[in-house]
Design a protein around this ligand. Structure first.
Ligand code: GLA
Length: 698
């Protein structure tokens, strides 16, 4: 059985057969005569999955004492008759104006004390008891009314929890923060120790003195700030858990999820405010939303960022299949300039997610709105209607996904594990660090990019690495600027090297413990012995500065004064400046493997060269003849194996494969030429057939 969850002895079904396909469906925006037509169009496009009711609270409960479920009853019946499985929202995402008018204290407060006005969405404080109470009444009503409806396949708690309201500094939040700290530390003595409050006369003598770190005179206390980020994530997770508890009590057999925003960040934070490594184990199936941000080509190209985010989603899902709850058929409407997708790009994006473990592809939203804040956002049915290239591509995508049905449930093969730690990223977003340019998530993305010729898992390095992955299964383990590291995780990383992995640690890893206290005696404290190196001082570089190493590397962002022990091989040294002759890339044999240290941030070419050397030592062929912008990923399951080949270039490329291409339904045995921007999914005759690519004209 294709399961959504088998954790805790619960065997819950995946919402649909095969790869789910659909999106947010908001029929309340349209007169009822449109609904029947919508379901006909869903059938035409093989849509079998719809998320319903996300922003329906005000429609379902128009006043405190009146409820209106009739319209939603009819929507669910229609969808069921049309063969569409429903991901039903608890509808708690946006409280109606009557609630936030009657109870202004529900609305979140920013760091300068301003209480947000109504008029947008998600205007609720994660720590508001009134919001919690009223939202759970709604969840109970939804679960009771629809728990037995045959269309119901999945519960969708709230929506993108924390998208706009993750940091609230209200009095409710201050009280909840203190309770959270009391649970974490027990007493003020322990809090004062963890926060290092002897510095700057910050000693606390009464719990009421402890407040959220709102705007103040200058830099805040680092551990106070880090705990605040932990608390804010936990406060939102609590809302999820409270809703889930109601749902599980009433409908124990229906899986529950909430849609994450993995890799999307926020205006304030590269990694966002929710530590999804901690949220994921609470989901019956992990779902996430992903929108393209950034340039279409170059180093930060959107397809590289998409693959990092998809691999991280699979990482937090413990390698199990996950669901892409939202992406866009074309342009979004929330960037300064909203680029429309080129022909074939939507299929390519969708297949990239499937390649990396998604067993469902959904979009915001089914029918493009004619009014409201998102009226210029693309949809499956565009403003132009069905006589449009966009709709024809949607129908084509539905047909391709239907042919991929046997892929569902299979797993992605990845010989490289790249660690990523939300808390390290949060710590490095603070003021008072050696360089603002040293951002762990950006470094992890660069490392992932360098190894993209072989597939990488991105593994959460959150408190207990062993919760997510057994590092011994990787030929290569990358530790990219994992700034905070526990002794236990440092030992796990060392054990992976002893067992035979090539472990690459990059600069600014293992610097502090989980309280954000520096590990003394020379950097990088947690990995000094493993690497056989000792750094006395950092010498960060300016944004436009580079320094040359003797292996041709252009070092950026970061350098350090490093000495090495006798059993360490120096692979690159500084050629100039006061660090001339100082090692910057080293390798130490450890057990059956090795520990490499990269004491800087290399340019792209050098990154690739370093990845090549590490892969060679691990017996992996990094490129397998591959063009850097041709994505090749294999999924393997009980029913066989599938090779996804995505040509992100503007040239034809030729791939050597053997099997049936499920995109074109053609049998291939030997060279397959892919047009610019096109894709193939090869059902392989033999999974041992490696893929070799070259430019068609080469
Ligand atoms: C988010 C939300 C959706 C919609 C889209 C637009 O993902 O969940 O409701 O606003 O963004 O891109």
């Amino acid at each position: 059985m294709h399961t959504a969850s088998d954790s805790g002895g619960r065997h819950l079904r995946w919402p649909t057969r095969g790869i789910s396909f659909g999106g947010d469906y908001n029929p309340e925006q349209w007169p009822e005569e449109v609904w029947q037509r919508d379901v006909e169009l869903m059938r035409e496009a093989c849509v079998d999955f719809a998320t319903v009711g996300v922003f329906s609270w005000a429609r379902l409960q128009p006043t405190p004492d009146t409820w209106d479920f009739g319209w939603l009853d009819r929507v669910l019946d229609l969808l069921h008759d049309g063969g569409v499985r429903v991901d039903l929202a608890t509808a708690t995402a946006s409280p109606p104006p009557w609630l936030t008018t009657a109870h202004p204290e529900v609305r979140p407060v920013d760091e300068r004390g301003y209480r947000y006005e109504i008029g947008s969405r998600q205007t609720w404080s994660p720590s508001s008891p009134i919001y919690r109470d009223r939202s759970l009444v709604l969840v109970e009503k939804m679960a009771t009314r629809y728990g037995g409806h045959p269309a119901l396949a999945l519960w969708h708690v709230s929506n993108e929890l924390g998208c706009h309201n993750s940091r609230c500094y209200s009095p409710d939040s201050a009280r909840a923060f203190r309770r959270w700290l009391q649970r974490r530390y027990g007493d003020l003595t322990e809090l004062n120790r963890a926060w290092g409050t002897t510095f700057w006369s910050q000693h606390y003598s009464d719990w009421n003195e402890v407040v959220p770190p709102a705007a103040s005179t200058t830099f805040g206390n680092p551990t106070h700030l880090l705990d605040w980020r932990r608390f804010c994530s936990d406060a939102l997770l609590d809302q999820y858990l409270a809703e889930r508890e109601v749902l599980r009590r009433i409908t124990p057999d229906i899986p529950v999820t909430t849609n994450f925003m993995v890799g999307m960040g926020s205006p304030q934070s590269l990694a966002g405010d929710m530590n999804y490594a901690q949220w994921a184990p609470e989901q019956d199936l992990v779902s996430t939303d992903h929108y393209l941000v950034g340039p279409a080509t170059g180093d930060g190209a959107t397809h590289h960022r998409l693959s990092f985010s998809a691999d991280l989603t699979r990482g937090i899902a413990g390698s199990r299949p996950w669901l892409l709850m939202e992406h866009s058929t074309s342009a979004v409407n929330w960037q300064p300039v909203n680029r429309a997708k080129t022909p074939g790009e939507m299929l390519r994006n969708s297949l990239a997610h499937v390649a990396r473990g998604a067993d469902g592809i959904a979009f915001f939203q089914f029918r493009a709105s004619d009014a409201g804040a998102e009226k210029f956002h693309s949809a499956l049915v565009p403003h132009a209607g069905t006589d449009s290239a966009r709709w024809r591509e949607v129908v084509q995508l539905g047909a391709v996904l239907r042919r991929l049905e046997p892929v569902a449930g299979s797993r992605v093969e990845a010989p490289v594990g790249v660690l990523f730690d939300w808390e390290s990223q949060w710590a490095c977003e603070q003021d008072g660090h050696p360089s603002r340019l040293m951002q762990p998530m950006a470094i992890a993305e660069r490392a992932h990019h360098a190894f993209s010729g072989v597939t990488c898992d991105v593994i959460p390095a959150d408190a207990d690495l062993s919760r997510y992955a057994d590092l011994s299964r990787y030929a290569v383990v990358v530790v990219p600027a994992v700034y905070l590291c526990s002794d236990e995780d440092a030992a796990r990383i060392e054990a992976a090297a002893r067992a035979g992995a090539q472990v690459l640690v990059t600069a600014f890893s293992g610097i502090a413990d989980r309280d954000d206290h520096i590990r003394l005696g020379g950097y990088p404290g947690a990995f000094r012995d493993l690497l056989g190196v000792r750094t006395e001082e950092f010498f960060p570089l300016g944004a436009d500065e580079t320094v040359a190493l003797d292996d041709g590397t252009a070092a950026r962002i970061w350098t350090e004064y490093l000495t090495v022990s006798e059993d360490v091989e120096v692979l690159a040294r500084h050629t100039e400046g006061h660090l001339q002759g100082v090692p910057a890339l080293t390798r130490r044999p450890v057990g059956d493997g090795a520990a490499w240290y990269l004491a800087t941030v290399p340019d792209t070419q050098s990154w690739t060269r370093i990845a090549e050397a590490i892969c060679a030592a691990a017996g992996l062929d990094l490129h397998a003849g591959q063009h850097a912008d041709v994505e090749i990923v294999r999924r393997r399951g009980e029913n066989g194996s599938w090779l996804f080949v995505l040509n992100h270039t503007t040239e034809k490329v030729t791939v050597e494969v053997s099997g049936t291409d499920l995109v074109t339904e053609r049998v291939v045995d030997g060279p397959l030429t892919l047009e610019p921007g096109s894709c193939a999914v090869i059902r392989e005759d033999s999974a041992d057939t490696g893929a070799r690519t070259r430019k068609a004209d080469a």
